[in-house]
Design a protein around this ligand. Structure first.
Ligand SMILES: [Zn+2]
Ligand SMILES: [Zn+2]
Length: 164
């Protein structure tokens, strides 16, 4: 039996990839071009190009409408919707910046609860949200070693700095 569907009209790759891609997109009120076909385990749009070549949909639209993705760069979803392939919602960023923005979104701000900025240097690897601030992580480690609370340690540091 032959399955009906656009992908059955010919071997994939014969029709322009953008034609095939845009047919699998649903435009949402948010402006997101939401991918309605196969997705990667992380939730990103996936589109086949030929037999073994599978691409991320958002990288395809970015390169088509915006331009070449610099080597080593990630394409970040400004809308935080991983299914989205709208080039206006995408931006090429360094992996560190991409990570930082993810935390910013998760934590609802540009800094941790203690006010340390989520810079690429200060933002730690997921998955643990509570450990996402490197400064706090180091504070907790030092406090544990000294047998004091983090607040006490901050107070100690402050006094020490004032006495220099
Ligand atoms: Zn979007
Ligand atoms: Zn912190």
């Amino acid at each position: 039996m032959r399955v009906e569907g656009e992908w059955n009209r010919g071997h994939s790759g014969r029709r322009p990839i953008m034609d095939r891609l845009l047919e699998k997109v649903a435009v949402r009120v948010t402006g997101c071009w939401e991918w309605v076909a196969t997705r990667s385990p992380e939730g990103y749009a996936r589109i086949g190009l030929g037999r073994a070549n599978v691409l991320y949909g958002h990288r395809v639209t970015f390169e088509h409408y915006v331009g070449t993705i610099p080597k080593g760069f990630h394409v970040d979803h400004l809308c935080r919707n991983r299914r989205c392939v709208n080039p206006l919602h995408l931006q090429a960023v360094t992996p560190g910046e991409n990570l930082r923005r993810g935390w910013e979104h998760k934590n609802g701000g540009r800094q941790c609860a203690r006010g340390h900025a989520f810079t690429p240097e200060n933002a730690m690897q997921p998955p643990s949200k509570s450990r996402s601030c490197r400064t706090c992580h180091n504070l907790r480690r030092r406090a544990r070693r000294l047998g004091v609370s983090v607040d006490e340690l901050i107070e100690i540091d402050r006094e020490r700095q004032a006495n220099v």
